[in-house]
Design a protein around this ligand. Sequence first.
Ligand code: S3P
Length: 191
Amino acid sequence: MAPSVILTGFMATGKSAVARALARRLGWRQIDCDAEIAARAGKPIPEIFRTAGEAGFRALEREVIDELANDPHRCAQCGQRRPSVIATGGGAIVDPRNYAQLSRAGVIVCLTARPEVIARRVGASARSRPMLTQGGKPLKERIAELIEARREAYARAAITIDTSDLHIDQVVEAILTALAPYRWERCRRSA
Ligand code: S3P
């Protein structure tokens, strides 16, 4: 398997921050799916939801994941994809096609957190998170409902880490420990 780590998990479980710290630690490339989507659309995520709806956003998300999972940038020596840490949006892995692509691309790590911790971390930014405002439910109720709906999808990850009581560096350590048994087929020059 090529050396790639894919971070999934609910909003506010720390995916983007952990991806940056983990990529720095490993010396690998870091990619943020939502940032790629926003750059491609030329507008921020909430604006994509407003103008194209969730379906429009998911179509872009599929496109970006498709390309990232089949990254044409390969090491000239061994032909492997460049090692990378990819942070995906919280709903990406729910789509079976995205899951299939991502599981071929690397090891999927799911970050979790208790619903009340998620509600606290999301805080005032909840208003600008389209999946949390949908349906106009109270925040904690909506978080619990969405986590439940995605339970099976998140359970497909190879590694799961509860970030509720951990700092970013501790999450990185936990991921590195869990990754130890994986043997990457890698070219030394691409590290
Ligand atoms: C979503 C999570 C967001 C973003 C979009 C949809 C979701 O990403 O992709 O608003 O469906 O859970 P984060 O999980 O990085 O906040």
